[in-house]
Write a protein that binds this ligand. Structure first.
Ligand code: NAD
Ligand code: IPM
Ligand code: MN
Length: 354
């Protein structure tokens, strides 16, 4: 029996609704597999936890989850209870940073049964490879309170190591897909893009002659996501550009409620973390109508990462069959509940595997 230890952090808002649903799906996967078992350890770290304890996680929090095979997270953030820069900074961003989850992989592709808001979508299949540890999210900077002359500085920090690492990941994964890599840059206006980001990209392209490369300014690229997404394959982007592109990618798929993500640790020293692209959606929390597909597709990415790609395939197929059958939540035009969608996905998996 292969036993996988998962650290489960539902977090805030709809994270608390969609994570338990995704765990039901994982249990069904274990049943179907027969030789696989998931051990869940639940951590209630959240904004409510902060109100009670004054911190987002206990002092030894990272130690507690460090030995797990993966971290499965819902969403963090309840701005009515705790300011976002504290809740996100001390939990989600802290885990990404301290566990050296330097790459964030976010697919945006057309699923069967999904209706894209694009008027004439051709079949698109994009993989956003987002730098996840530095860039515009650095903690370098400061604030000088001086009345009308107040100054706030937020430095963007780009290291050769960090930029090369994310680009290398992009080139390698493009080689396993359609062989195209697009770099998101802003070399016409921002110093870190030109010459640095573009230079590293060009240099590395020389050692990947089989990969077709393209460099696009982030503003134009955002428009291409809408006007011709089918021309894109892998897109490598800085931390902030990748953040914004991934919500855009989610939007052209049909809803942010279905978009998955994987925060990858490359050196094997720490676990990787799996959490959907969306946040805690306070506007719909508590109604039972959150789309669970983002969290469930994220579970598929976790299965792939943990060496179970066949199970991952079965799961994605079940998601598509469920969408095709019309069992959908309100964000994608249906009227089913979170649980009904999960039930349908589990039933589809059972049907597929007889
Ligand atoms: P959001 O993703 O939570 O919500 C944006 C919109 O999408 C809302 O209208 C929401 O109802 C909808 N939506 C999101 N997920 C959905 C789902 N699964 N099903 C149906 N509809 C869904 O983004 P926001 O409003 O900017 O942020 C809300 C809170 O979440 C903030 O505290 C923010 O900082 C936090 N946040 C956390 C993460 C994370 O933990 N990874 C990511 C993004 C935002
Ligand atoms: C995401 C989120 C986070 C990010 C926020 C909540 C800090 O938007 O995971 O995409 O910017 O990385
Ligand atoms: Mn985001």
């Amino acid at each position: 029996m292969k036993t996988l230890e998962l650290a489960v952090i539902p977090g805030d808002g709809i994270g608390k609704e969609v994570v338990p649903e995704a765990l039901r799906v994982l249990d069904a996967i274990a049943d179907i597999h027969g030789g696989l078992k998931f051990n869940y350890t639940h951590y209630p770290w959240s904004s409510e936890y902060y109100i009670e304890h004054g911190t987002m996680m206990p002092e030894n929090g990272l130690e507690l989850i460090k030995g797990s095979d993966a971290i499965f997270l819902g969403a963090v953030g309840d701005p009515n209870l705790v300011p976002d820069h504290i809740s996100l900074g001390e939990l989600l961003l802290r885990i990404r940073r301290e566990f050296e989850q330097v790459i964030n992989v976010r697919p945006a592709k057309q699923l069967r049964g999904m209706v894209s808001p694009l008027s004439n979508p051709k079949n698109f299949d994009i993989l956003i490879v987002r730098e996840n540890s530095e860039g515009e999210y650095s903690s370098s900077g400061g604030r000088v309170h001086n009345g009308i002359d107040e100054i706030v500085v937020q430095n963007a920090v780009f290291t050769k190591r960090g930029v090369s690492r994310v680009m290398e990941y992009g080139f390698e994964i493009a080689g396993k897909r359609n062989g195209h890599l697009t770099s998101a840059t802003k070399s016409n206006g921002i110093a870190h893009s030109m010459p640095f980001w573009d230079e590293v990209f060009k240099e590395m392209a020389a050692s990947y002659p089989a990969i077709k490369t393209r460099s696009e300014h982030i503003d134009a690229l955002s428009a291409f996501f809408v006007t011709r997404p089918e021309t894109l394959d892998v897109v490598v982007a800085s931390n902030l550009f990748g953040d914004i592109l991934s919500d855009l990618g989610a939007a052209i798929m049909g809803s942010i409620g279905i978009a998955p993500a994987a925060n990858i640790n490359l050196n094997g020293k720490y676990p990787s973390m799996f959490e959907p692209v969306h946040g805690s959606a306070p506007d719909i929390y508590g109604k039972g109508i959150a789309n669970p597909i983002g969290q469930i597709w994220t579970a598929k990415m976790m299965l792939d990462h943990l060496g179970e790609p066949e199970m991952g395939e079965i799961l994605l197929e079940a998601i598509e069959r469920t969408l095709e059958s019309g069992v959908k939540t309100g964000d994608i035009g249906g009227s089913s509940t979170t649980q009904e969608v999960t039930d349908a996905i589990i039933a589809a998996m059972k049907e597929q595997t007889g």
